[in-house]
Design a binder for this molecule. Sequence first.
Ligand code: NZQ
Ligand code: ZN
Length: 386
Amino acid sequence: MKNFEYKNPTKILFGKGQIANLDNEIPKNAKILMLYGGGSIKRNGIYKQVMQALNSRKVVEFGGIPANPEYEILMKAVSVIKNQNLDYILAVGGGSVIDGAKFISASVKYQGVDAWNILTKNEPITDALPFATVLTLPASGSEMNSGAVVSRRSTKEKLVFKSPLTFPQFSILDPSVIQSLPKRQIVNGIVDAFMHTLEQYMTYPVGAFLQDRFAEGILQTLVEISEKVIKNPSDYESASNFMWSCTMALNGLISQGVPSDWGVHTIGHELTALFGIDHARTLAIVAPRYYEFCFENKKEKLAQFAERVWGITEGTTTEKAKKSIEKIEDFFNSLGVKTKLSDYTKDYKKTAEEISKRFIQRNWLGIGEHKSLTPDNIASILKNTY
Ligand code: NZQ
Ligand code: ZN
């Protein structure tokens, strides 16, 4: 097991009716920017619950945060906060709204020339506005981590930042909010959390038995509840296991003491930036081909995964490891998720060249758990996704 330091300051309020506890958690005199997406919260009753709980506090609403939060729109929210002297952000939504809140909270306090530099130049965040969340879509894990992914459609970029200062103060996780989710988004949530876990597990053994079982526990749970929660999102038992699995998959716990990969995500973000493909679906396109390309480096964990998650105990390590990749793709297809890039866009032919060129421009010359995958390797993997 590797050395680690782990701290997660976010308070979690989990369960039915917890939205009402916003009143106990947010300072009475807070001047709040309430951030939300395209309006689902106004159609499914969550907005009403939130406004009731916020009581007589000053609230300025800012809606219209798109899936894959847009830099230009987020900067407008920054101006609203500055002009109206607001001092607290409440994000009500999925990963896009919560990530948006993280970028806004840092940008309000940003002293540099252009807040976009936080993403392109890794400019340090030295201060941030406090914010909290009401999660409406289990998927990203953003509700209990400090990372965010921000898009800029004008340059077709989608980039990541994280800071110890951009953890939510607290997050409300009420599994009953998923009742209004379309199947497409529930499936996205399952696939995204599944891949978050694999990015922190499908590397090489380091004698971290407990972390491996934590990860396998999340993977087994997602497989177990997937059909039920898709069929009946009102089934509270499945919904609560789904939601907590998604949070636990990316709150930092399972990556402590073990190597992480994140290569699948790094490539996936480019597919969203270029083609607008849902985040989770980009991962389903890349992952099987990525694991085939990195087979020798990942063989032991692939075989362990086959045994412990899929119950495949017959065969050699190589045979089990190969079956493992087939099972991942079968699982995604069984959820109705297509795994070829050409299933999502006709303009795929130059993707490999375009993305490897971008990686070279950004000096991303070695990704993955060994920092060994070159832009050429990425191009080969992408060609296999067509
Ligand atoms: O905008 P509204 O109208 O609310 O509709 C949303 C949106 O269209 C809808 N939705 C959300 N909750 C709903 C609902 N519809 C009905 N009922 C509800 N209860 O779902 C759509 C997608 O929402 P979005 O927030 O985009 O989805 P998700 O939670 O999957 O977040 C995706 C974003 O998170 C980033 C992704 O890159 C992407 O930008 N990620 C963030 C991570 C992090 N911070 O650690 C890690 C992830 O790997 C990921 O990169
Ligand atoms: Zn993800």
